[in-house]
Design a protein around this ligand. Structure first.
Ligand code: ATP
Ligand code: MG
Length: 179
């Protein structure tokens, strides 16, 4: 049995989540079981959700409740931010249980880097869980601003570099491309 790998998709360019989805397809095609955990509410769009339903039970998506809503620290009050942190810690228990269950070959933690960057999760907790994961488990972590601590323990790290994005010339999110 091969030891599982840790992959990170980060950077400001488009493609972090969609590359992770490509990997999910590749894993399922090899008879593997894939779990997708959604850290930021609404990060997964209708298009991929409805396609992934067809791959059930080889692929499962578990939303992590409302622990990881997008939250602007500067706008919201300190109390509100603490409530978000508490919910995020509770949701993290679900993540730990799934990772340690040894039921999965691949787990995608979509937007986990963002949750760390926003102070909703502690980077030490993420690093700790990656280190003690079951031997065979491959993990993908997506999201901008991946922390150096996460990059240090990853095996494959890709930075999507923004050259241009249609959005900059006023083209709104497109069906089949963005959602
Ligand atoms: P995708 O889900 O398309 O792979 P992503 O995961 O790399 O994108 P996120 O930071 O998660 O990017 O942002 C998700 C949404 O924002 C997507 O609809 C994506 O097209 C859009 N987006 C990504 N990068 C940019 C950008 N540089 N400017 C504007 N919109 C962007
Ligand atoms: Mg994304």
């Amino acid at each position: 049995m091969d030891k599982g790998l840790v992959l990170v998709n980060t950077g400001n360019g488009k493609g972090k989540t969609t590359a992770a989805l490509g990997l999910a397809l590749r894993a399922v095609g090899n008879g593997q079981k894939v779990l997708i955990l959604q850290f930021i509410k609404g990060a997964w769009k209708y298009g991929e959700l409805s396609a992934l339903e067809r791959l059930s039970p080889d692929v499962e998506i578990h939303p992590l409740g409302n622990g990881f809503v997008r939250h602007n620290k500067k706008d919201g009050g300190q109390k509100e931010f603490q409530q978000h942190q508490e919910k995020a810690r509770a949701a993290w228990e679900t993540v730990k249980n799934e990772v340690m269950s040894d039921q999965w070959d691949l787990i995608i933690l979509d937007e986990v880097n963002y949750a760390v960057d926003f102070g909703l999760l502690r980077v030490e907790d993420v690093v700790d869980l990656i280190k003690k994961r079951p031997e065979r488990l491959n993990i993908v972590l997506t999201g901008r601003n991946a922390r150096p601590e996460v990059i240090a323990i990853a095996d494959t790290v890709t930075e999507m570099k923004l050259i241009k994005h249609a959005f900059e010339k006023g083209i709104r999110a497109r069906r089949g491309i963005e959602f």
